[in-house]
Design a protein around this ligand. Structure first.
Ligand code: SF4
Ligand code: F3S
Length: 105
């Protein structure tokens, strides 16, 4: 499962990627892609492209992005619109591999 304390335990790899999302390392593509997002965080190294988060999010926070060569899946759920999140926690509940952390604190 994603480390809920990633903000303490990881370093920022990239402040804003091409989708405006912060990436937390370590990152070593294509096999290691880190955690994407801060308020809505997806561990790209755990995500296996189940898609429930994209289907269920009521405000369309997630977008598919291509991750060719990653061992778990070659697409991932990017929290490209995390600022729209309403903290419903549905995505956290439906992800079968617990790849998502939402900091509703
Ligand atoms: Fe979307 Fe709810 Fe997850 Fe926020 S907590 S990203 S609103 S499903
Ligand atoms: Fe990935 Fe979990 Fe969504 S596996 S696509 S983060 S439901």
């Amino acid at each position: 499962a994603i480390d809920a304390n990633f903000e303490q335990n990881r370093e920022i790899h990239e402040e804003e990627n091409e989708h405006g999302v912060t990436v937390w390392g370590p990152v070593d593509p294509p096999e290691q892609l880190g955690i994407h997002g801060t308020h809505v965080a997806v561990d790209f190294d755990i995500c296996l492209a189940d898609g429930a988060c994209l289907e269920d999010c009521p405000v369309d926070v997630f977008e598919w992005v291509d991750t060719p060569g990653h061992p778990e899946s070659e697409i991932k759920a990017e929290p490209a619109h995390e600022e729209q999140c309403i903290d419903c926690m549905l995505c956290v509940d439906v992800c079968p591999v617990d790849a998502i952390d939402v900091d509703s604190g």
